[in-house]
Design a protein around this ligand. Structure first.
Ligand code: IFM
Length: 760
């Protein structure tokens, strides 16, 4: 079981053995830790590719090891407040994930332990706060432990037999230090030292993993804990770890606090200074208070009171929290993604930015500026890049990447109500003169216009949003009907911005109309819109085909772009309902493919119902919700939204069928053509987070920034009565009540201005 706590913005979990690790991300923007409900996970400094701190063993069971464990030796009993990894479990236990922290509350034999982990803003360190209380006088030994790894995970897999003998871990004034320095490592001067320290006297330590664990043992039963004696090992070559032995005397009823710090700094001097700071009285409470305040301020930008409490929990707390983590980590490292090859994806991050804009426009613009550095003078963009690692970008040209940038700019202009950002000068990836943001997005449009295919739609290039479609365009002739709709959407935006800039918009409008014409003739299949055209000129997504007849995205985007004729928009979305909707969300295609278009060269190797082949693709569901709102079909829009809330689908499918966290969205859920129908896959890092947030706040609740001001045009279920919303917009906080039955919206109060009680 798990429970949400609205007041504390927490979810508590009462069993350690969830079907998959249920993760949280702790981060101050530089030092990061992903931690599971059972204390497993991985810490890294800036990049999990090159500055990973501890071993995370993706392929071993259980799948969340190693982690940030604290062994308690109480007479002969050895257990952990995280429950894992010891076989002996606490008598009482629960974990809580909150905004930037995770807490474990455990007790055994009258000893209560609360272990809170957080990454605060004042030091680049995972802070580990242990509170210990016993109902009788006793002496216990506490062993905090971290298994270190080579900082470059890929190099470790390939070259550890040589490179690991270039590592060292040693004791400096009872602070353990790990130095990673191997031949040919990237950015040696920016590589930090890692430290492990505490604020209590130590009775022993270990830096050599094998000394601490012992042979043919694991973190379940370290020999040094069993023998109650660390070996004071240092390590100059081999497998490093950090372990302390701390002797704690407790009087009955007395509470003692111990703090552990796993951190990074560039030099030994900086480590000494950082540890000194961490050891200051109240450092932990000060860090915790700042963390809470920062999250409260962030989330305060949009709050609502709704009849649907599950939706309210997501909109107010977990959805923006997940969105922020996506914004930071792109699709880099999670329980599913190994953090080895994906840096910042232009497409993915551009979509994350859309939802960050209302929360922190400055942060959104900074990130967007970074994406613009990946745009070429001809308008296209690199696919993903590695600003921290400094590696060569992945330069494949996809038909959608550069168009998402236009959407970001439009949203920024509407949020700010000014055109200033358009004049920001930014470089192009391939040199030449810097261009303004306005100049950059004009080139996005020019690139697509210049790369139209034989039938007039944008060329697919190396695929559009759908990664799987790369096979339809290997000869460079395949065309994307969906990209045409994305193009149409941003042409509309360009046209509006051009008018605001006092420039000619007719060219954008003309191109829009040309594409629209194609959409309603060539792309219309009779009941829905086709998806794309192969190199050979065949339509995919057509009744005439045996498999993958109907695809979700061209139905929803026919509405979003406004390109489908009105009757066709409705018919297309009716077909979505008829062929694609399931009890766990809307499938991406129907029917799922097998050996299509041929056994020798199938479009996908995904099994039926999995991933890109007929799963409920949550990211794409968000666009169907938006489309239904745009059609004004509030009950359908809400049904599609509600059925995808993670706690709703998890409870419908059952915890052990759904498997993933009930508090964050997953990328996809196995579809009905799979025997694992209902299994959630790739949670946390997915474009679903940003778009579900937009769907909920800007379309269902209908609070949308427009040039003229804040539009409030809700599309909510007919039986919802009053809803209340607070939204910070252009420096003022709007307190809004929507009286659904009376079809009235009241702006009750605007903080930061003098107006009150404006009736709309
Ligand atoms: O658009 C992609 C995204 O970049 C990565 N995940 C899958 C999506 C759909 O293919």
């Amino acid at each position: 079981m798990y429970h949400f706590h609205k007041d504390r913005k927490e979810v508590t979990i009462d069993h350690y053995n969830t079907p998959t690790p249920w993760m949280n991300y702790l981060s101050n923007g530089t030092f990061h830790t992903m931690i599971s409900q059972a204390g497993g996970g991985v810490a890294f400094y800036r990049s999990p590719q090159i500055w990973r701190i501890n071993h995370y063993r993706f392929f071993h069971l259980p799948t969340d090891r190693s982690g940030f464990y604290t062994y308690i030796k109480d007479n002969q009993d050895i257990w952990c407040p995280t429950s894992e990894p010891c076989k002996l479990k606490p008598d009482q236990w629960k974990a809580a994930h909150g905004m930037g922290y995770t807490r474990y509350e455990a007790s055994k034999n009258g000893l209560e332990v609360t272990a809170t982990y957080m990454v605060g803003k004042y030091e680049n360190a995972l802070l580990w706060d242990l509170k210990l209380k016993s109902d009788e006088d006793k002496q216990i030994t506490v062993f905090p432990y971290v298994e270190l790894g080579m900082m470059e995970f890929m190099r470790e897999l390939q070259w550890q037999c040589y490179n690991k003998h270039q590592l060292s871990a040693y004791n400096l004034e009872d602070i353990l230090i790990y130095r990673y320095g191997v031949e040919d490592q990237p950015k040696p001067k920016e590589t930090p030292l890692v430290y492990f320290a505490c604020d209590t006297e130590i009775s022993g330590f270990d830096c050599d993993r094998d000394e601490f664990i012992g042979s043919y043992r694991s973190e379940e039963n370290p020999i040094r804990v069993e023998e109650n004696a660390c070996s004071n090992s240092t390590l100059y070559g081999g497998d490093p770890c950090f372990a302390f032995q701390l002797t704690v005397d407790l009087k009955a009823g007395e509470e003692k606090e111990i703090h552990i710090f796993l951190g990074t700094a560039m030099t030994e001097e900086e480590i000494l200074a950082s540890v000194k700071n961490c050891r200051q009285k109240n450092f932990i409470s000060k860090s915790m208070e700042a963390l809470k305040q920062d999250w409260d301020e962030f989330l305060e930008k949009f709050q609502c009171e709704l009849p649907d409490k599950e939706a309210e929990t997501m909109i107010n707390i977990w959805n923006p929290y997940q969105m922020e983590r996506n914004f930071q980590f792109s699709r880099n490292i999670s329980y599913y993604a190994t953090g080895t090859f994906r840096g910042v994806g232009v497409r993915d991050t551009a979509q994350d930015i859309l939802a960050m804009i209302p929360f922190d426009t400055k942060r959104a613009k900074d990130k967007l500026n970074l994406l613009f550095t990946q745009q070429y003078q001809d308008g296209h963009c690199n696919h993903y890049f590695f600003p921290t690692e400094g590696w060569e970008p992945v330069k494949r040209i996809h038909s959608d990447n550069h168009l998402w940038l236009v959407m970001d700019v439009y949203h920024i202009v509407m949020e700010e109500g000014k055109l200033d950002y358009l004049f920001t000068e930014l470089p192009y990836y391939d040199g030449g003169e810097n261009g303004t943001v306005w100049g950059h997005i004009k080139r996005s449009i020019a690139f697509t216009k210049k790369h139209l295919g034989e039938k007039g739609f944008p060329l697919m290039l190396s695929s559009d949003w759908n990664d799987m479609l790369y096979k339809v365009c290997r000869e460079g002739k395949g065309e994307s009907i969906w990209t045409s709709m994305q193009f149409g959407t941003v042409l509309n935006m360009m046209s509006q911005i051009a008018e605001l800039m006092g420039e000619e918009a007719s060219e954008y409008n003309r191109t829009y109309e040309e594409q629209k014409q194609l959409i309603n003739t060539v792309a219309w299949d009779g009941q829905w819109f086709r998806r794309c055209i192969t190199d050979e000129g065949t339509f995919i997504g057509s009744e005439a085909e045996e498999q993958a007849k109907i695809w979700l995205n061209t139905q929803s985007w026919a509405v979003i772009s406004g390109m489908g004729d009105p009757a066709k928009q409705v018919q297309a979305m009716d077909s979505v309902r008829k062929y694609l909707n399931t009890e766990f969300g809307i499938k991406k295609i129907h029917p799922a493919m097998k050996d299509y278009p041929s056994k020798e060269d199938p479009l996908t190797y995904y099994n039926k119902g999995c991933g890109e082949n007929g799963s409920v693709f949550c990211h794409a569901n968000t666009w169907a919700i938006i489309a239904e709102c745009m059609l004004g079909r509030s009950d359908l829009a809400y049904e599609y939204y509600h059925q995808l809330l993670p706690m709703v689908v998890q409870s419908r499918a059952g915890e052990y069928r759904y498997k993933a966290e009930p508090y964050v969205y997953a990328s996809n859920i196995f579809g009905p053509e799979s025997d694992k129908f209902g299994l959630a896959n790739v949670s946390w890092l997915t474009g679903t987070a940003a778009w579900m947030y937009l769907a909920a706040t800007q379309y269902l609740l209908g609070v949308k920034p427009r040039w003229e001001g804040l539009e409030i045009a809700p599309c909510i279920p007919k039986d919802w009565e009053n809803i209340r919303i607070e939204r910070v917009f252009r420096g003022c906080k709007y307190h809004i009540t929507i009286k659904n039955r009376d079809k009235k919206v009241f702006i009750e109060h605007i903080e930061g201005r003098k107006e009150f009680s404006v009736e709309v």
